[in-house]
Design a protein around this ligand. Sequence first.
Ligand code: NAI
Ligand code: MG
Length: 332
Amino acid sequence: MKYGITLIPGDGIGTEVSEAAVRVVEACGLDIQWDRVEAGAGALERHGTTLPESVLDSIRLRKVALKGPLTTPVGEGFVSVNVTLRKRLELYVSLRPVNTLPGVETPYKDVDLIVFRENTEGLYSGLEHEPVDGVVETLRMSTRGASERLARFAFNWCRYEGRRRVTLVHKATDFKIADGLFLDVAHRVATDYPYIETSDILMTHVCMELAKDPSRFDVLVMENLFGDILSDLCAGLVGGLGLVPGANLGDRYAVFEAVHGSAPDIAGKGVANPIALIRSAALMLKHIGERGAATRVERSVRLLLERGDVLTPDLGGHATTSEVTDAIIREL
Ligand code: NAI
Ligand code: MG
């Protein structure tokens, strides 16, 4: 089988970790043609926009992309490319599997969580204005449609992956109408899946429970901002941003990327941990039906972590990005 996959290398540590992920995927011996396209600040210089239409067209044609992180400048004038990409391609689900890894020391054992985050609305609608000097209004969008498609996606996914417990995360005590709508719709969808146990919990409460014992949760489903916060928090439970993979999924397209950003503090030093993006590439391999290759990549990462002799500084080691990549490829 021949595959065409869009590659957005990203910026900051993006270029370093995406090169690592491409090398690992290629070492699996698959016939992949990468369409390398540029988004973000580099694209702005060369194409006059941070998200050229050609990037979207490439993904529309190939359906699948692997993406490195992109820097979003703070302040006015820049809409996040990541947010725009998710909206334009209707990648309405963000999926983040968070699990305990061998050899990585954390205060927790047996964490095996899936975070589902709504990816297209909420507080990330870009609807902000300053009606009076010093007073800013930010609009949070919540629609029945977005809640419903998120919930249905999550429950279907649980069915095929054999997951049994869904916890809906909300703050309907304060966002009575918006989160009330989300809860109402999601519980209604849950009635179509009677063999999956569904409950709900306050966003604030779940933070405390996760800090105490994350192993008691299985699948967490929530709106955009809560999901952004919780997915970074959950990454911390299992060893940090350098380890946790992710996927942005819709009905037609899929973009695989790590949870972490472009890490300007370590960019260009060659010490970024490539594991999060390599594991995102493994999710991508599973998505295109290459389950064998996906399992091999994931197993190689686990073997490397278990041995613990070739690790990047975020995991307490002294190895470089390319040394870690070489070691994973040797395990393959
Ligand atoms: P960040 O994830 O880039 O960095 C947070 C901390 O984690 C830093 O200390 C960084 O060095 C460390 N870190 C992150 N990934 C690492 C890795 N692979 N190996 C070792 N250490 C790692 O988050 P931050 O600083 O909030 O954001 C930086 C930029 O990235 C911003 O412009 C932000 O908008 C963008 N960003 C982009 C994302 C995307 O493209 N999907 C996601 C998150 C942030
Ligand atoms: Mg984030």
